[in-house]
Design a protein around this ligand. Sequence first.
Ligand code: NAP
Length: 302
Amino acid sequence: MPRTRNMIDSETRLIALLGWPVTHSASPQFQNAALKVMSVNTLYLAFGVPPEQLGDALRGLRALGALGANCTIPHKEAAFALCDWCAPEARVIEAVNTVRFHEGRMLGYNTDCYGIAAALAEEGVGFHDARVVVLGAGGAARAIVAQAMLDGATHLTLVNRTVRRGEQLVLHLLEHCRQLDTQACTHPLPQCQVIGYDEIKPALADADILINATSVGMRAEDPLLFDATFLNPRTFVYDTIYNPPQTRLLIEAKQNGCAKTANGLGMLLHQGARALEIWFERAAPLELMRKELLQPRLLRRV
Ligand SMILES: NC(=O)c1ccc[n+]([C@@H]2O[C@H](COP(=O)([O-])OP(=O)(O)OC[C@H]3O[C@@H](n4cnc5c(N)ncnc54)[C@H](OP(=O)(O)O)[C@@H]3O)[C@@H](O)[C@H]2O)c1
């Protein structure tokens, strides 16, 4: 019997989202909407996988013949170590958010760096010539810092709870990010500093762009990591968190005069579209995915 379009059958393939937690994610909704219009007989499902089981989960997906996986908080750095091969950007960033299972191999990619650059561009903002402050030193921050370096930020301040982790990240990327410099940019790498939250005030005073790449803000009760009165009203404040859509950071930034703020939906959209292009080697239906993401039912307070 010929397969009916979008019917689940014995040939349906799986793409898995692995995270811990994962219930906040909007990826299953917008990825399944895209898969449907692409008519590719593939389902995108989310799985809560604790860190110690990530290896079993990825190897199990490969054994099941899954097409691919996305890895989200806190798995991106561990996923990098588990892949058989990684694309140049993932090798430099040392974090993988997109896995393709191909001919028995686990191939790793990082689409977060593309995602943040595309999201900022849509807001009319870019890293070029900017003074940038990034909060966090995990998988998302690694991609954002690498992109800021490549795109010509002049000053980069990384703020992290564990300062040593931030220092290792910045030293590694200063040494390696030129390997990604496909456009042969001639700009110098930014002046970098790594600090704790108790030293953030002067960095915020003259920041052009502030990006939260920590997980703080995902829960309504999460505190703000610094005093919001330190913010400069002309700073563009970007929170990679998109659920809840208005984090405490975004709310307090507006209350303190920051006219331009955005949540992480744009980054989510663009990293997800690029991941689809890796799995299927064809263009993703970007505008349909954007429309799906903007459905009010999709996001909730968690
Ligand atoms: N919009 C998007 O497309 C997109 C894409 C990727 C990620 N994200 C978001 O980015 C965030 C980080 O994800 P990730 O994968 O990078 O996670 P991760 O690797 O687990 O890193 C988490 C970071 O948050 C910091 N942190 C956690 N709890 C903290 C606390 N109580 N106080 C201060 N800092 C704290 C950690 O600091 P330590 O180093 O000190 O532990 C670390 O730097 C998540 O909210 C995720 O949803 C969004």
